[in-house]
Design a protein around this ligand. Structure first.
Ligand code: ATP
Ligand code: NI
Length: 306
């Protein structure tokens, strides 16, 4: 499994520090999908990139992220770059990147890029066989990235992420730009990966997609995980007012957006970062809320099984 403890990422920027991930604790288990949800800019992609050693030079990372139970345990945050490149990325952890079309090199065909990925992994699989599994025709591989539709680029990205048979798959917004039928297809593919015994960390702001596939939910707000729990419980009985707000904002629910905007990550408040937008906030919220009972909130919503 993957076990993150106190995972924290900051960026040095001119005139200050961006706090992109604050003290994240979570576990991703084999056969299960954990969906990490939250508004744009809250730190989801940075969290995923930290696990893979893909952060730029102005980043500082602390905490620990243990990859264990499939081969030799590795602490990802302190592992040397050569270990991450040679033994982890693509082999034990596959990344389906946010906006796959832009992730592919524009000047080479999908086939050239997939074949190279397979060669680097020392894989005996053939590109044609791999893409058939993801619903592409081999002829599609002879296209350049700009000739692929969003859905096709997504499937090429899936094939590349899974070429090395990774145990854990990080899927960063795999549904952005896809229409509903393709979203459902993509979620079905992630579910199959779990059913094969892999673990999936799905990053999304599409709660409907998360509901379709996730076993567990982690809700992120302004760099912090503010609520975690089994998906069925979180969707039916959210405890954090932010989670309740996200759900109420869904088109198939009240369709009522949360008023206000998230704070800037260069100027996070001392206490609860959701305080200025929260209907339940009071003076107690000026102090940082501790995480307990699946939620980091001074005034969690009452639930039957709390
Ligand atoms: N290299 C960097 N230097 C400074 N700040 C950065 C850097 N990379 C990311 N950030 C900041 O970190 C924060 C989190 O970004 P991140 O991409 O993780 O958000 P996200 O939750 O994935 O959002 P989205 O849903 O839009 O993809 C943002 O405020 C972003 O501006
Ligand atoms: Ni992102």
């Amino acid at each position: 499994m993957l076990r993150a403890e106190g995972l924290t990422v900051t960026f040095r920027v001119p005139g200050g520090t961006v706090r992109a991930v604050s003290d994240a604790n979570f576990t991703v288990r084999p056969g299960r999908c954990l969906a990490l949800v939250g508004e744009s800019g809250c730190g989801k992609s940075v969290l995923a990139h930290a696990l893979l050693g893909l952060l730029p030079g102005n980043a500082t990372v602390s905490g620990a992220a243990w990859l264990e139970g499939d081969g030799e345990p590795v602490e990802l945050l302190s592992a040397p770059p050569a270990v991450l490149a040679g033994r982890v990325r693509g082999r034990r952890i596959g990344l389906i990147p946010q906006s796959p079309a832009t992730h592919l090199t524009p000047v080479r065909t999908a086939r050239a890029q997939l074949t190279e990925a397979l060669r680097e992994l020392g894989s005996a699989q053939r590109a044609d066989d791999l893409v058939l599994r993801y619903g592409l025709r081999p002829a599609d591989l002879d296209r350049y990235p700009h000739e692929l539709s969003g859905g096709m680029a997504q499937r090429v990205a899936n094939a590349m992420a899974l070429a090395g048979d990774p145990w854990l798959v990080l899927a960063d917004e795999p549904t952005s730009g896809l229409d509903r039928p393709l979203v459902e297809k993509a979620m079905g593919t992630l579910r199959e990966l779990c059913d094969e015994g892999r673990a999936v960390l799905l990053i999304t702001h599409d709660l409907r997609a998360a509901e379709q596939v996730a076993d567990d939910i982690a809700v992120m707000y302004a760099s912090r995980l503010v609520e975690q729990g089994p998906a069925a419980r979180v969707f039916a009985r959210p405890r954090h007012p932010y989670t309740a707000g996200l759900l109420a904002a869904q088109p198939d629910r009240e369709f009522a957006p949360i008023p206000g905007l998230p704070p800037e990550l260069t100027r996070l408040p001392e206490g609860c970062a959701f305080r200025p937008r929260c209907p339940r906030a009071d003076d107690a919220c000026a102090a940082p809320p501790a995480f307990g009972g699946g939620v980091a909130c001074h005034h969690p919503l009452e639930t039957a099984d709390a």
